[in-house]
Design a protein around this ligand. Structure first.
Ligand code: 2DE
Ligand code: MG
Ligand code: MG
Ligand code: MG
Ligand code: MG
Length: 314
């Protein structure tokens, strides 16, 4: 079995190989997102989870690379949908080029990922990837349906973030185990770990949208409420602040900057601590599943990444 560093390099070179073809603008837009400094979280977890089994490096590398490309595709489309001009400190594809290039780049990346997966001779893999991509799309649809719906429930919010974010991290951990023939019980705990980490992670993302700033985060802040997305910090704040509920009755897309500033202030005051508590509870659940796995260096690394991801402040 190849080492972790070798595996990371293999993923990186496969990413470069896949995202280079003869269509120059697609190629450039693909490279733009590829080189914008992503943390490669999903590939990392595929590779770490892969250490719990022992076989087939090729499947593992393909899986890690494909999941990163699917993630990249979803971000290119997400930034266009969210009208978000920046990602990782550089301009989003629809901003650097235009909307048609962003739409096409997302499709191109998604097709490239599927092309990679088709090289894995296992029908259940293909089905699993299709299911994951469908869930991400359903999560995004659910979010669209609930846009500007200030009465959306906690349950719906949790279901939505599971679909749009946690499912891909769950898949990363589970597929790492599946690719290398880990025991069923280990695959189960890897999947649960990924799921709970993903829930914690997206709640932090939703908190940072209220608390951080563009320079630190590399993407615009305050965009969820401007786009009419009700997230956990807002939902928690509403429970404690009757004035905020009254304010939300006036929420619509064209509201004034002063209005959005008032909402953001109210959420900062009452919604952050409870949302972070819920995120921390998910991180603890993730850690509990991690501790059901054999105590290895990879497990320690996964714990370290969990801590870093779920305690980040920007
Ligand atoms: C990020 O949420 C969620 C990303 C999922 C986007 C899925 C789309 C469906 P955020 P940030 C667009 C298409 C799927 C494909 C092509 C696989 O809170 O704050 O908007 O980073 O993330 O913008
Ligand atoms: Mg977004
Ligand atoms: Mg979005
Ligand atoms: Mg599309
Ligand atoms: Mg966000």
């Amino acid at each position: 079995m190849i080492t972790m560093n070798e595996s990371i390099r293999s993923v990186e070179s496969l990413l470069n190989e896949v995202i280079s073809d003869n269509h120059s603008s697609l190629n450039e837009a693909g490279k733009h997102i590829l080189t914008s400094g992503g943390k490669r979280i999903r590939p990392y977890f595929v590779l770490l989870a892969g250490t719990f089994g022992s076989a087939d490096d090729d499947t593992l590398i393909r899986t890690a690379t494909a999941l990163e490309i699917i993630h990249m595709a979803s971000l290119v489309h997400d930034d266009y949908i969210d009208n978000s001009a920046k990602r990782r400190g550089v301009s989003a594809v629809h901003e650097e080029w235009n909307a048609p290039v962003a739409i096409q780049t997302g499709h191109y990346l998604l097709a490239s990922a599927l092309n990679l997966i088709s090289g894995i001779d296992n029908q259940s893999y293909h089905q699993y990837f299709a299911d994951v991509i469908l869930e991400v799309c359903y999560g995004e649809f659910a979010q669209m349906e609930d846009q500007f719906n200030t009465a959306v429930s906690f349950t719906k919010y949790l279901r939505r973030i599971n679909r749009k974010t946690a499912i891909l991290l769950e898949a990363s951990c589970k597929l790492g185990g599946l690719s290398t023939g880990a025991a069923d019980k280990e695959i189960y705990h890897l999947g649960k770990f990924g799921h709970f980490m993903g829930m914690s992670f997206q709640i932090i993302d939703d908190v940072l949208d209220y608390t951080s700033n563009e320079a630190a985060l590399g993407k615009p802040v305050g965009s969820d409420i401007r786009n009419g997305h009700m997230t956990l910090p807002l939902m928690c704040a509403v429970k404690h602040d009757a004035q905020l509920s009254a304010l939300l009755a006036e929420l619509h897309a064209g509201q004034s900057e002063d209005y959005f500033r008032q909402v953001i202030e109210a959420v900062r005051a009452a919604g952050i601590t409870p949302a972070l508590d819920i995120s921390a509870a998910y991180a603890r659940k993730a850690a509990a599943h991690l501790h059901e796995l054999p105590e290895t260096p990879a497990r320690a690394k996964m714990q370290e990444l969990l801590d870093r991801m779920t305690r980040r402040t920007h």
